[in-house]
Write a protein that binds this ligand. Structure first.
Ligand code: SF4
Length: 315
């Protein structure tokens, strides 16, 4: 039976760590105040926070639609079903983007009640208009055709097609490993073993720009894979970022030191997170005043929680 808990289970992910560093108030909203906000009898603040947490933006929405479709195409290949043409995939993505726009502009009432099932774009919600900035539309249109073309031409898709020589591991599912009793969430796009080269390959599809954090993220994936499949050496794991906008990929051969670094990061980050708990056993946070708002207005301008932090400016 589904149990309603007053506080969420304590867990760790790189995105949680990044949120804590960016804004502690956002961290509190994302990981504590929104908890249980999906329940019909939740209090109004939990509901509002959960709803706001679910807001996305055009770039993120685009990235998530592309990831979902790539996942489906790969499943088609692996189960010997037809592969859609590039044009069909472009049309499908466009359809999803249009639907997200329509839901944001005309179905806010549905999103208000079931925010997980409908799309609300930040650009629409906080501008209180029914139009998207021209520059953003242009940017996404350009990304759309290049991402699909580059996916079909990618090394990783060629490997998928060469499936007799690869052993695939179920990808895109929500996975975690446990360290010091804490769940660490790891989401990998595509994982397989290249039987000819005798190497494990972890692929990450990128629909945005590269960031300095990529290496930590990759090290976390490698750590997970090494533990899960008892892989003797990190040298047996290749990590590949497929940059779908640029049409190239970068492969990384991590070193043991990268794994040690990410473990240190995890440990110090967890210590910081625990300092914001009133009760560690229950994962009960300190009162909200202990989570200060950050002060850079450019970060707030992109944040989902403006409505909570600056109520007079957003109503
Ligand atoms: S609006 Fe600004 S201060 Fe408030 S949670 Fe977001 S980033 Fe933090």
């Amino acid at each position: 039976m589904f149990e309603v808990k007053p506080y969420p289970e304590f867990s760790w992910s790189l995105s949680r760590h990044k949120t804590m560093l960016t804004c502690l108030r956002k961290y509190a909203y994302d990981y504590y105040l929104s908890h249980n906000g999906w329940l019909s009898h939740a209090d109004s603040l939990a509901k509002q926070t959960y709803r706001l947490k679910k807001i996305t933006n055009l770039e993120m929405h685009f990235g998530s639609v592309v990831h979902d479709l790539i996942y489906q195409i790969i499943q088609n290949v692996l189960s010997d079903h037809d592969i859609p043409s590039e044009e069909a995939v472009v049309d499908e993505i466009r359809h999803h983007l249009n639907r997200g726009f329509i839901e944001s502009t005309r179905k806010e009432h549905l999103w208000q009640h079931r925010p997980k099932h409908y799309t609300m774009l930040h650009e629409i919600y906080y501008s209180q208009t029914s139009t998207l900035p021209e520059s953003k539309i242009k940017k996404i249109q350009e990304r759309l055709s290049s991402a699909v073309k580059n996916f079909y031409a990618s090394q990783s898709f060629a490997d998928v097609l060469n499936k007799e020589h690869m052993k695939f591991i179920d990808s895109e599912s929500f996975r975690f490993m446990k360290t010091d009793g804490v769940k660490i969430f790891v989401v990998m796009d595509l994982v397989y073993k290249d039987l000819q080269k005798d190497k494990w390959v972890i692929v990450d599809w990128k629909t945005g720009k590269s960031s300095d954090e990529d290496r930590n993220q990759l090290a976390l994936y490698a750590l997970y894979l090494k533990q899960k499949y008892d892989i003797p050496s990190i040298d047996d794991i290749v990590i590949r970022n497929e940059y779908l906008l640029e049409g190239n990929h970068i492969e990384y051969q991590l070193k043991e030191q990268d794994l040690i670094n990410v473990q240190h990061l995890f440990q110090s980050s967890m210590e910081q997170m625990k300092a914001y708990l009133e009760d560690q056993k229950q994962n009960r946070p300190l009162p909200i005043e202990h989570f200060p708002m950050q002060e850079d207005p450019r970060i707030c301008a992109r944040c989902n929680y403006q409505e909570l932090c600056f109520p007079s400016q957003t109503t």
